[in-house]
Design a protein around this ligand. Structure first.
Ligand code: PNS
Length: 161
């Protein structure tokens, strides 16, 4: 049973995140999509809203035999991963610029919990420039975001505006 954690802010979930989850479904038996509760950030969507949106959009994913679970977590990621008996943490890498920060986190996480591996996955090139931060920025400035996020996310963002 290969259970992995795919952690993130998911504020909001993008098509890049979904692409990683879809690819992960071919490799793992269970993916826990874990939304970080981060009191330092002022989010667009609350953690509860993000979990609800994720649960809804994941219904569209062709998951095969893979179980997909959405949860929120607080505190140390490796502690949460160990509590869930996860084998690995999955992170998406879009470009070399992501790599430095991700490598730093992966090595720190390995130091803290040597039994949990970090697996880097690449999304489709189409999404190599897509980030939640940029999606929010261009949306708030009035630009179109279709194709970058699932239609439900765009709809929920419009309701918030
Ligand atoms: O989507 P994000 O914001 O890039 O995700 C970052 C995340 C959630 C993976 C990272 O902030 C994290 O793991 N936070 C939990 C606290 C923690 O364990 N920090 C030490 C990381 S080495």
């Amino acid at each position: 049973m290969r259970r992995v954690i795919y952690p993130g802010s998911f504020d909001p979930v993008t098509n890049g995140h979904l692409d990683i989850i879809q690819r992960g479904c071919k490799l793992f038996d269970e993916i826990i999509i874990a939304v970080l509760v981060n009191p330092d950030k002022t989010p667009f969507f609350s953690v509860a809203e993000r979990c609800e949106i994720l649960t809804d959009v994941l219904k569209e994913i062709d998951r095969g035999e893979c179980k997909l679970t959405v949860e929120s977590f607080e505190g140390l990621l490796v502690q949460y991963a160990a509590d869930r008996n996860a084998h690995a943490i999955v992170r998406g890498i879009r470009a070399i610029s992501d790599y430095e920060y991700e490598l730093q986190m992966a090595l720190m996480n390995r130091r803290l919990e040597p039994n949990i591996e970090t697996v880097f996955m690449m999304p489709a090139e189409t999404y190599s420039y897509v980030s939640s931060r940029l999606v929010k920025e261009v949306f708030q400035l009035g630009a179109r975001i279709d194709g970058l996020v699932p239609p439900l996310v765009e709809q929920r963002m419009r309701q918030k505006k």
